[in-house]
Ligand binder design. Structure first.
Ligand SMILES: Cc1cc2nc3c(=O)[nH]c(=O)nc-3n(C[C@H](O)[C@H](O)[C@H](O)COP(=O)(O)O)c2cc1C
Ligand code: SF4
Ligand code: SF4
Length: 229
C-alpha cells in the first residue's frame, strides 16, 4: 500500500503532497497530533513537511517515530532561508529504507502565500519509486542555535490575534495540528504554523512579525532544490 502523508501549515507542502497523490493515485493523509500518536504502516510512504527553524516540526518528528514503512520518500519544503539538516535527521529516526529525498524551496509562510513549485527536479523520484533502492543522503550544515527552543522562538517572533468577526465556528480547532486553539483563542502548544489564520472562513485571525524576525527574513533567498537518490 502507498500512502502520501503531509503536514502543512500554510499550504505549501500540501501543494506538493497533492501533486504526488495525483501521480500515485492515492489520497493525501494529514499528519496531526492524533495521527502522530497512532501506528502508521505502508509499503511506500511519501512524507512531505516544512522546515521549521531548521528543524523537523515536532508533530512530524512524533509521526516519524510511529511510521513503519518498507520504503520512504522524504520531501522537505523550506522558505528559501535555510533547510538545515532535516532530511538527514529524519533519515536517522525513520524505520524503513529511505529511497529518495528532496529539499524544495517555496514561498515563506510569513511572506508569500503562493504555492508554486518546480516539479521538474522531482521527476527522478518517480523512477526511483518504480525501482526502489536505498538513497544516499548527505549531512548538511545547521545553525548551532537552531535547536534552541524553536517553538518558543516562533511564538516570540509571531503574534496572532483574533478580531470581533469570529463566529465561533471552531474550524480552527478542528484544523490545528497541535490542538492549540479553541474558538480563535490560542494557548501553549502553538507552533505558529498559521494554518488557523489561513483557513479561518471569517478572516478573523491575523498575524504580525516581530521587527527582528522581519529583518531576518529579508536575507538573500537560497533557491536550491536538492534531490538525493
Ligand atoms: C515556524 C516556522 C519556521 C520556519 N523556519 C524556516 C527555516 O528555518 N528556514 C526556511 O527556509 N524556512 C522556514 N520557514 C518557512 C517554511 O519552511 C516554508 O514556507 C514552507 O514551505 C511552509 O510549508 P507549509 O505551508 O506546508 O507549512 C518556517 C516557517 C514557519 C511557519
Ligand atoms: S475558524 Fe475563525 S471564525 Fe471559526 S472559530 Fe476559529 S477564529 Fe473563529
Ligand atoms: S493555533 Fe498555532 S499551531 Fe494551531 S493552527 Fe494556529 S498557528 Fe498552527
Amino acid at each position: 500500500m502507498t500512502s502520501v502523508y503531509c503536514f502543512s501549515g500554510s499550504g505549501h507542502s500540501y501543494a506538493i503532497a497533492e501533486y504526488f497523490a495525483r501521480e500515485l493515485q492515492v489520497p493525501v493523509v494529514n499528519i496531526d497530533r492524533r495521527l502522530a500518536e497512532s501506528h502508521c504502516q505502508a509499503d511506500l510512504a511519501v512524507v512531505i513537511f516544512p522546515v521549521y527553524c531548521q528543524n523537523i516540526p515536532a508533530v512530524v518528528r512524533d509521526f516519524f517515530s510511529k511510521l513503519d514503512s518498507k520504503h520512504v520518500v522524504l520531501i522537505a519544503t523550506y522558505g528559501k532561508i535555510s533547510h538545515g539538516n532535516v532530511l538527514w535527521e529524519a533519515f536517522k529516526i525513520i524505520r524503513g529504507r529511505v529511497i529518495a529525498a528532496a529539499y524544495v524551496p517555496m514561498g515563506h509562510t510569513y511572506l508569500d502565500s503562493s504555492t508554486q513549485f518546480d516539479a521538474q527536479p522531482l521527476q527522478p523520484i518517480f523512477a526511483r519509486i518504480q525501482h526502489p533502492r536505498a538513497a544516499t543522503l548527505t549531512r548538511e550544515s545547521k545553525h548551532p542555535l537552531a535547536s534552541f527552543f524553536p517553538s518558543w522562538r516562533s511564538r516570540c517572533g509571531v503574534r496572532i490575534w483574533l478580531d470581533e468577526s469570529c463566529n465561533a465556528c471552531n474550524l480552527c480547532t478542528e484544523q490545528c495540528p497541535m490542538q492549540a486553539i479553541e474558538a480563535g483563542i490560542i494557548h501553549g502548544n502553538c507552533i505558529r504554523c498559521l494554518r488557523c489564520v489561513c483557513q479561518c472562513p471569517k478572516s478573523a485571525l491575523h498575524f504580525q512579525l516581530h521587527p527582528i524576525l522581519k529583518r531576518y527574513l529579508e536575507q538573500t533567498p537560497c533557491e536550491d532544490t536538492k534531490v538525493y537518490l
